[in-house]
Design a protein around this ligand. Sequence first.
Ligand SMILES: *[C@@H]1O[C@H](CO)[C@@H](O)[C@H](O)[C@H]1NC(C)=O
Ligand SMILES: *[C@@H]1O[C@H](CO)[C@@H](O)[C@H](O)[C@H]1NC(C)=O
Ligand SMILES: *[C@@H]1O[C@H](CO)[C@@H](O)[C@H](O)[C@H]1NC(C)=O
Ligand SMILES: *[C@@H]1O[C@H](CO)[C@@H](O)[C@H](O)[C@H]1NC(C)=O
Length: 955
Amino acid sequence: HCNPAPSSQSNPVQPSHPAPSTTQSRPGAGVLAARDAGSFRCIQRFLRDIGSAVGDLPPAATALNVSHNAIRRLPPRALAHLPRLRRLDLAFNQLQAVERGAFAGLGALAALDLSHNRLAGLAAGAFQGLGNLSSLLLHHNLLRALDAGAFLPLLGLRSLVLRDNRLRSFRELAGSVRGLRRLRDLDACGNGLTWLGPAGARLPPSLLVLRLCNNSLAGVGGASPDLLRHVRVLDLSYNNISDAASFAQLRLRNVSRLRLLGNPLDVFRVLNVSDVRPRSVDYSGLALGTEGVSRLCRRLRGAGLRQLQLHRNGIRALAEGAFALCPPVGSLDLSWNELRSVGCVAELLSRGQRQGLRSLAVEHNLLKRLPTCEAGALLPRLYNISFRFNRILVVSRRAFGYAPGLRVLHLNINGIADLQKDALQGLRNLTELRLDNNLLTDLYQAGFADLGRLQTLNLRNNHVSVLFPDVFGNLSQLQTLDLGGNNIRHLTGASFRGLRSLRKLYLDGNRLQEISSDIFHPVQATLEVLDLRGNRLQYITKQQSQQPPFMYLHRLYDLKLQAQQPYGLKIIPHRFFQGLTALRSLFLSQNKLLFIPSDVFDDLAQLRYLTLADSSNGMQDLPPGIFKNLTRLESLDLENVGLHSLTLEVFGNLSRLQSLRLAKNELQTVNQSVAQRLGALRYLDLRKCPLSCTCENTWFQTWLNNSRVQVVYLYNYTCDSRQQPAYVYSFDTHVCFLDVGLYLFSGTAPALLLLMVLPLLYHRAYWRLKYHFYILRCWVNERWRRREEERYRYDSFISYNSADEGWVLRELVPNLERGSGRGSFRLCLHHRDFRPGRSIIDNIVDSIYNSRKTICVISRSYLQSEWCSLEIQLASYRLFDELKDVLVLVFLEAIPNAELSAYHRMRKVMLKKTYLSWPPEPEAQRLFWTKLKKALKSNYVEEEEGDFGEEDKLL
Ligand SMILES: *[C@@H]1O[C@H](CO)[C@@H](O)[C@H](O)[C@H]1NC(C)=O
Ligand SMILES: *[C@@H]1O[C@H](CO)[C@@H](O)[C@H](O)[C@H]1NC(C)=O
Ligand SMILES: *[C@@H]1O[C@H](CO)[C@@H](O)[C@H](O)[C@H]1NC(C)=O
Ligand SMILES: *[C@@H]1O[C@H](CO)[C@@H](O)[C@H](O)[C@H]1NC(C)=O
């Protein structure tokens, strides 16, 4: 059930919303992650019983992920055969109890995830044997009670997460972790804790991080003063603490970060009574209000502060010098307040503070307009500004005049419709500018004129419809340009002029109807990633009139063309991808394709990843040879493409393919030779294919069950037959193999039959069989003889009955043997030329085969004689079976058809041949001899009319 797991998702990394600042991936990185040898996953397999799922895993397994199943219980020693296991994920199951000794034998286990189950309690021996466990996740269960000994075996535990359970007693919680000498981090947020008492409760001194957020604490009273003596990070947010005085009882001197937000608490009272250092408190969410800011500043007086975060304090306005009393601050974060304006920021600070501020965030406020800030005070070290999530409509000219050193500016997710021409003037150090998700319609070249150092420009999701020539002309360092989600219809060769360093260009979700190699000419030397998904590209002819559009993009490694609107690319023209010699990933999915030429991928020898998923529309099987050059391809997605079969002509060359997705095709099987050719395959998806459970697929079943390929949801594939539900991996192949009984039957039955038929044959057809035996012998002899040179001793063998010997000696022999030279023939007569001592049969066979022709002298007595019958038989064998015309029939008397019909062999011969009849009239006899001699000389006998007339051309 479990399969070797890729160490990360085998899906290629495909950010749905490219964030330019972070998309610095190496070429091809993430296309197929390397595989972690000991790692196994059986996720979402509807498993109920852990034993059956993991029973067959090798003992060398180091990581096992069995999350998202329906396992209810963990019996003792369930995984004891996996002693090397270090990571075990059992999250999202239905575990109700962990039995004593359930994890016995897992001495190496370091991380255990039992989150999102239904555990209501933990018995004393549940974690026995887990001495090396360092991280235990138990969040999102139903834990109410913890046995004091439950965690005791976990001597190495460093991090324990008990978030979102139903714990009510802090004493019980503390008691159960008390003995964990290494515990550093305890998360008990989201429980029902009401107080930190009683005074006897103790926590292990190693504990540095304690999270008690989202409980029901009303105060921190009742605890022993030293309870939190060692704690550095204390999270008490989202409780119900209103009793500030209770903080007086706790020692909080060592706390370096105290979170109090979401409590109805006056923080200044806490500061008054507690020994907590004011700088350790997180002042977010404490309802400081506009006045509170300067009050706070006075408390924080002293050396410079690294950062001041004032989230969710309901601050509405900041007067000039609002922070003047604060110590110098490095990073000021005023997000989640109600500010409508921050003016020219420098004015808020004192002269001394202005040198220190490096970063300013005013996100999620109500800012409307960024005013002009020319010639005011400067913040020379302010490098980062983020005004995201506001309502800014207008950015006035020189709006950032106070921050000449600005490097990163985030103005995204606002309503900016008016970015005035010189709004960004003077920002010569800017490297990243985000203007995405605004309402910009026009871009001016002057607007970006000073941004010569800009590396990333994000203009996604605006309303830009036209790119004026040279609008990016000065951005010679720009590497990433994101123009996705705009309304651009048309691009020209001047659109991207000047972008000499551009590597990534996102144009997805626009309305482009055509692209050409001109457009990309200015960036062709550097471009690596091009996203054209979701435009309106479409082709209606197979030959394109222009150059292939990507002809010169020799460095491009990632090209996205999927989901062209509204009906897809339809046709991919010949050699469309010519020139993309470095391409590694190509996305063509969600395009209705009618035609794809077989030469289209010929240049893509470096391709690692290709998807054509969801492109079925009339296109059936792919053209032969389409993948012939993709020998480096590792991952191929052909889901829902309309394939009917896999052929070697298409898939034969993909020797490095590791992942093949074929779900939702019309496949009934996987061709055996194709499967054998895909030697590197590790991952195969055949979901929703109408796989057939027939005898042709028995090999397939064997292969599915034995190959090293991970077949997704193998145990879920059902047979495509109406009759009875069966599974492809287990359908009954019994009928496909002959059993022994059948073999025995087929072996003996013919023998028995023969035995029964033989006597019958002997009785009815003794002679016929005998003839056939001789014929066989002749045939064998003849074969043998054929090798030798064909030489005949006689011109003709005369087959006659002794009753006709008179005619033969008186008429035939003298007429044929008379004279010498051309008119004379050498005849073979049995009484004269048979060799004495040999069997008669051998003599006959020899004579026939040593004679060029055989003359049969036919009379009634001839027909009745057995020997004559044999002779004509043997001679006719040469006629029928060798197609050698050796027979010459001479009828001495007229024999009526009715009489002849008894001699089947004779009839057959006569059907094939013409024959001569001996005429009683002496005048006709001269003609007879002439014809006979001619017949003996020729290789064939001419058409001849005999006495039997037409009707005697017998049937
Ligand atoms: C186990 O698989 C789930 C689902 O894919 C994933 O979210 C989780 O992170 C995996 N666990 C581990 C330990 O990798
Ligand atoms: C607090 O817990 C409840 C339920 O336990 C949850 O719905 C809520 O989102 C949590 N609040 C915070 C701020 O975590
Ligand atoms: C597999 O494909 C090869 C070539 O594509 C073909 O000759 C063979 O008949 C196919 N085998 C089956 C079982 O369909
Ligand atoms: C697997 O089969 C179960 C029922 O046998 C079904 O509920 C589930 O949807 C199937 N899963 C997939 C991915 O086909």
